[in-house]
Design a protein around this ligand. Structure first.
Ligand code: AHG
Ligand code: MN
Ligand code: MN
Length: 314
């Protein structure tokens, strides 16, 4: 690249300027920026694993770590050196890990690589992050100060909120995150639905809710990757994603702390809603790290309609 603007933007000026202009606290700005940059390293790991899938070992002939575990290592190490993080909680770890001195401002939660089983099919996958100012045990609404996810698809994108709206950035060919969608605002009602869980294991109430959507002509959009499935609803500004309570797993599949809380934060900041069918996800206390919870997330009309069915009003 030539001189001037392209050199200047090497430090993701767009992302940093956006956070600065939105009045995001300085430490939080640096932390979000650092996590966004870490997405580039995780993406490089994903590419490396493609070589492994093609039957090429690494140059030392070593066994490679599973992608989700190496993504976890990358994130943990980056956060350790940020100087702003006292604790790290990850879907890949059994307990909260102390990574700072104890006086740092933030606790970070991560699903370092969501949808890792989709890697071999070349569908999009992602990283989900929650940034908390207080203990993660309790309501997300009391501790979360920011959330973000990164999608690894045809493009790498980063969607963040620090409590001042939800914004999308796209990683360009120069390696810069460039603002692509500012202040994403959900419509009242969408026209797509994204459904996890086997139909034969649905509850009666959930089945009636889904049949209502189907009778209205909602289009099915489910990739099996939580990050791109939620991203589709946010970027299209409407619709619903649900992974409901199932007869075989009344708490559904997805994890409250690592997966649901960050997405609920981003969705609420975009004017949408996220509940377990009745209670907002951000009001459900976390009592254990790997706690699961059903979810209905998206635009208001659909999430409120789900609530009516699940609470037995319809
Ligand atoms: P992870 O790869 O972190 O274990 O999560 C996978 C999740 C999520 O991406 C998706 O929404 C869900 O699993 C899909 O589940 P089904 O295979 O039951 O549809
Ligand atoms: Mn996951
Ligand atoms: Mn995962």
């Amino acid at each position: 690249m030539g001189e001037g603007i392209s050199d200047y933007t090497k430090f993701s000026v767009d992302l940093r300027r956006h956070m600065w202009l939105s009045g995001v606290d300085q430490e939080l700005r640096r932390l979000i920026w650092q996590i966004a940059v870490t997405g580039k390293y995780i993406s490089a790991k994903i590419h490396e694993s493609n070589r492994k899938l093609a039957g090429i070992k690494n140059i030392y002939g070593e066994e490679q770590l599973a992608l989700d575990r190496s993504s976890d290592e990358i994130l943990k190490n980056q956060l350790k050196f940020s100087g702003f993080v006292r604790e790290y909680a990850s879907e890949e770890q059994d307990e909260v890990i102390q990574i700072g001195q104890g006086s740092e401002s933030y606790i970070v939660t991560a699903d370092p690589l969501d949808g890792s089983s989709l890697v071999d099919t070349n569908l999009a996958i992602g990283t989900i992050i929650g940034i908390h100012k207080a203990s993660v045990f309790g309501r997300g609404r009391d501790s979360l100060v920011a959330a973000l996810y990164i999608t690894y698809g045809p493009l790498i994108t980063m969607v963040y909120s620090a409590g001042k709206g939800t914004h999308e950035f796209v990683l360009n060919r120069e390696g810069e995150y460039v603002l692509s969608e500012e202040n994403i605002k959900m419509k009242e009602k969408g026209d797509i639905y994204s459904l996890g869980g086997l139909r034969k294991e649905w509850t009666e109430k959930h089945r009636r809710f889904i049949e209502d959507l189907e009778s209205q002509g909602y289009k099915l959009r489910y990739s099996g990757g939580f990050v791109p499935d939620i991203n589709q609803i946010l970027i299209k500004r409407g619709g619903i994603f649900t992974y409901p309570a199932l007869t075989t797993s009344p708490q559904g599949k997805l994890r409250l702390l690592f997966e649901l809380q960050p997405m609920a934060f981003l969705m609420e900041q975009a004017g949408g809603m996220a509940t377990d069918g009745s209670t907002p996800i951000l009001d459900i206390p976390v009592v254990k790290l790997n706690q699961r919870c059903p979810i209905y997330i998206g635009s208001k009309y659909e999430v409120e309609s789900a609530k009516k069915y699940l609470e037995g009003e319809v």
